[in-house]
Design a protein around this ligand. Structure first.
Ligand code: SF4
Length: 359
């Protein structure tokens, strides 16, 4: 992870014998582990030139391939320690990414998760962009697979990517799922966070996507209790959730990460962080339930991509909505089944399998 590189002194204090490996030197992991097993402490924190899509890896879920398309980013958000560890954007070559996806699809993977610190920045350092990458994957790789695009930032969408990306989402290989981080509903706080966009930029991105894909699932992230967030700013975040009605919100309480600009600001009292987090969590839960309830009665195909803790099947529809199917057969992992949604929970739907099953 990022900690070894961002806070090596802290790791050293906890365990002076700990070997360190940075997030951009993962290709050296075998060497570092072998040294550690022989009792030799190694510190491998410098960035390597290896491209992650070309590296051997272990797939934890046989149905899902995780593809890192770039490392680092183009922003410098005041609260972010990841940037300190990952540095500036380095996009991996489209052909390397396609090669990993093609191999995964040939191995039977049905879901491809594109990940990075900011997927919307992909390619801006190598003369391409995310929309072109998605189109080239869909055009060149045949097979039954669905792509989930990970976290994006409104800034790059607003700077020219938005319409191209919305168009790329037309392809049948794309989950209609948008993870767009807003972080705050207040322009003042966004400015202090150095996010580079305004609340209305976020609204416009969501509106444009929803016009083209009305049922698209929207996930966003919000930080509560940023040091400069006053009561009015917090209310603006609440208002944003009520207006935009995201399907999922990742809420985090502000935490001063060592080495970041925000860590030098006076923090809010823990009581304020707890209260705001509690209030927003409850509002998001209500909004999520309201959104889920709209799916009751929906019938259609879902891809079974996980076996739950109690043996239940977990599936996704084309909108990447999680659908739990009770009493299913584990051998259906990776298969498509038809379901009817019979119940709604805030963060998942309950489905009943219908007779027809296909590959
Ligand atoms: S939070 Fe900001 S600085 Fe950190 S990785 Fe994301 S875009 Fe980059």
């Amino acid at each position: 992870g990022c900690m070894a590189k961002a806070e090596p002194d802290v790791v050293g204090k906890i365990n002076p014998q700990a070997s360190l490996i940075g997030p951009n030197s993962i290709d050296r992991v075998v060497e570092v582990v072998n040294n550690a097993l022989r009792g030799i402490r190694t510190s491998m924190l410098e960035d390597s030139l290896a491209e992650k899509p070309g590296l051997p890896h272990v797939r934890l879920n046989p149905v899902i391939e995780i593809v890192e398309i770039s490392t680092g980013c183009l922003l410098n958000c005041s609260f972010c320690q990841t940037k300190l560890a990952r540095g500036n954007l380095r996009s991996y070559r489209p052909e390397m990414i396609r090669r990993q996806i093609e191999a995964a699809v040939n191995d039977g993977c049905r879901e491809i998760w594109l990940t990075s610190q900011d997927n919307s920045a992909y390619g801006l350092d190598i003369g391409t962009n995310l929309a072109e990458l998605l189109s080239s994957i869909c055009r060149n790789i045949n097979g039954d697979y669905l792509i989930r695009v990970g976290m994006m930032n409104p800034l790059h969408l607003k700077k020219g990517l938005l319409n191209k990306l919305v168009k790329a989402y037309d392809d049948q290989h794309l989950f209609k799922f948008l993870h767009l981080c807003v972080q705050s509903g207040s322009d003042d706080v966004l400015r202090d966070m150095r996010r580079g966009y305004t609340v209305s930029d976020f609204y416009e991105c969501v509106k444009t996507f929803r016009e083209a894909h009305p049922d698209i699932t929207l996930m966003t992230d919000i930080i509560v209790g940023y040091p400069t967030e006053d009561e009015k700013d917090f209310e603006a975040s609440v208002k944003l959730v009520m207006n935009v009605k995201p399907d999922f919100v990742n809420i985090s309480r502000f935490y001063p990460r060592p080495g970041t600009a925000a860590a030098r600001l006076k923090p809010q009292p823990p009581r304020v962080l707890n209260e705001r987090s509690k209030i927003l969590t409850e509002i998001c839960r209500k909004v999520a339930l309201e959104k889920s309830e709209r799916w009751i009665g929906w019938e259609g195909p879902v891809l079974i991509d996980e076996i739950g803790q109690h043996g239940e099947l977990v599936a996704r529809n084309i909108y990447y909505r999680p659908v739990v199917i009770n009493g299913g057969d584990r051998s259906l992992l990776g298969r498509i089944v038809n379901v009817e949604i019979v119940e709604a929970r805030p963060y998942c739907l309950i489905g009943k399998a219908k007779p027809a099953t296909s590959n």
